[in-house]
Design a protein around this ligand. Structure first.
Ligand code: AMP
Length: 215
């Protein structure tokens, strides 16, 4: 089963994706997290991606597609993958279809988590991320038990550079201009299921799992 979890930055894709991945034993492929790992490790790819990421823009398709292709070919994807943050452009969606068909697979479901833009700005600008494994907290809506410390692995929480309010607005407009056309693409394929992301985390999870069960 290959699930593509879809929605703007801050819609809760990462939090929900982690739960879905556990339940279905899928490999979680999060393009933004792979880029951040490359940036942290100082690789060539990381250096190339950083300038785009810091501006809140998309990393060019050729770089992103090559990175995900490489990841999808690793053996831990054999039960299927939960893709989060990829594809984000029509060219990436086409490339994904080809990559999966070469592996004898396809996209099985595309849950879209919808949240109004103003709510996204509130969420992203109060977001704190764990340095060790990327667990996400929010100072108001999902605070850690101890400020600045991850509940799961006790590592330091930090605010991502691209979670600053000005960059957040650029990322939201990039989503509407470049990524939202994919909603229609997957709706036409009959794969899209819309989920209301503007409700408590556990209600979004309930709706998401119900939607995937009917796939
Ligand atoms: P995210 O963690 O999903 O919010 O991604 C952080 C940043 O990484 C994005 O704002 C983009 O600059 C870059 N990025 C992540 N995934 C992609 C993608 N599929 N295509 C292009 N850029 C991406």
């Amino acid at each position: 089963m290959n699930i593509l979890i879809f929605g703007p930055n801050g819609s809760g894709k990462g939090t929900q994706g982690a739960l879905v991945k556990e339940k279905y034993k899928l490999d979680h492929i999060e393009s933004g997290a792979i880029f951040r790992k490359h940036i942290g490790g100082g690789t060539e790819l990381g250096k190339k991606a950083k300038e785009y990421i810091d501006r809140g823009e998309l990393v060019p398709d050729d770089v992103t597609i090559a990175m995900v292709r490489d990841r999808l070919q690793q053996p831990d994807t054999k039960n299927g993958a939960l893709l989060d943050g990829f594809p984000r452009t029509p060219a990436q969606a086409e490339a994904l279809g080809e990559m999966l068909s070469q592996l004898g697979a396809e996209v099985n479901g595309v849950p879209l988590i919808s949240v109004p833009d103003e709510e996204l700005v509130n969420r992203l600008s109060g977001r704190w991320t764990c340095r060790a494994r990327g667990h996400v907290f929010h100072e108001k809506f999902n605070p850690p038990q101890k400020p600045g410390v991850c509940d799961f692995d006790q590592s330091e929480l930090y605010q991502r550079d691209d979670d600053r309010a000005e960059t957040v607005r650029t990322r939201i407009s990039v989503y509407w201009n470049q990524t939202a056309p994919l909603i229609d693409y997957y709706r036409k394929c009959g794969k899209l299921v819309e989920i209301d992301g503007n409700q408590p985390i556990e209600c979004v999870t309930r709706d998401l799992l119900a939607a995937l069960q009917s796939e």
